[in-house]
Design a binder for this molecule. Sequence first.
Ligand code: NAD
Length: 438
Amino acid sequence: MTVIGTGYLGAVHAACMAEIGHDVLGVDVDVEKVTALREGRPPFYEPGLDDILIQALASGRLRFTTSLREAALHGEVHFICVGTPQQAGSRAADLRYVDAVVDGLAPHLPASCLVAGKSTVPVGTTARLTARLARLTPAGVRAEVAWNPEFLREGFAVEDTLRPDRLVAGVTSRAADETLRRVYAPMLAAGVPYISTDPNTAELVKVAANSFLATKISFVNAMAEVCDAAGADVVTLADALGHDSRIGRRFLHAGVGFGGGCLPKDIRAFTARAQELGVGPAVAFLDQVDEINKRQRDRTVALARRLLGGDAAGRRVTVLGATFKPNSDDVRDSPALAVAAALHRLGAEVRVHDPEGTANARRAHPELHHTSDLLTACRHTELVLHLTEWGEYREVDPAKLAGVVREPVLIDGRNALAHDEWRAAGWTVKALGRPSPT
Ligand code: NAD
């Protein structure tokens, strides 16, 4: 099989498919990425990927190339794992990379095969690509398209790929279904639920899942805003809601909101696609979800400004965390960096600390000071903002940190630190949706 696109999704998928015994050719247009992967160096930080990649390369079951022609000749299943970012100037998904894969692969396909998409795409993409492939494949070659969306979480990607909560296969034939069942045979033997359906449903499952998760986060953040106005405590509220088994506590963490390369662009692409289908009003609530989410960044900046006495100009502030979530180096649409950049625009001197994301953060925001040394980041600072929930921030000794800062003032933008301990060490602690102790 081939895995085309070896980014956060594809590199992990390729290594895991080799791990479960398949002969895998990974393909990417990015020469540097392919070189790194061939040498067993993951091009990004993902726990456990280095080990599994090295093992797979050593087994001889995993190779990498930049050639789609070579890919076309390799195996009978081609997984598409390229990016589907938001289009510039629109909320819709940009499908040019997916289309480029199909266009590059099709003319070289020697025999009938299955093209299985894993990227997150607008509903209807499988049908569109089926027609596109049919036009471009050589006479007598039948390439079928299926959609097999991916649900992995960055930070747990290897585990999620090897032991997914479920597998979803959107197929148009029994043969395609059987092929995918063979690919995932070890998972099926381990009892992973396998949902076989039509491609439209499969494509929709993924965007529906992300929409639900985004809605849950924005719901609790909306409650945080109400808590702030009413003098109530959103963490206690979320705990109490979470005990209701119909609701559950997960994804009810109030804070600076969601980001990354998936949730924000996926809910926007969904609303754009729903409009094309004439059902825009059905998912118009996702615009609110997006607005609530973006507002938490503004609320965090406003809180920072208030704590700095109304003017951030010339003030030294420290942002803890650059990545959009912990255990990843991914800074795409990171709330932490958005807040850091906004404070910089207000004239603050912003230092950003991150355990793994410093290189990516520097590339994205060269105007900010970046460091992977926590004490350097916090020295003489007037305000610390905890904006990405890395485990190491929970290990920080607040008394020691109080000794290096100019003002011991903390915004816990993730509601994840032990506020009592920080206060006992002399810190003023503020958080969205939490009343301040009197
Ligand atoms: P990414 O940007 O990390 O990786 C995409 C890769 O595709 C890049 O390495 C790029 O060079 C490569 N590429 C682009 N055009 C190509 C071409 N013509 N041929 C070969 N390679 C090409 O993106 P990602 O985070 O891995 O996301 C990929 C898709 O998976 C998206 O649709 C995303 O929504 C979806 N997804 C991502 C995650 C996640 O956690 N990152 C989870 C589930 C689904």
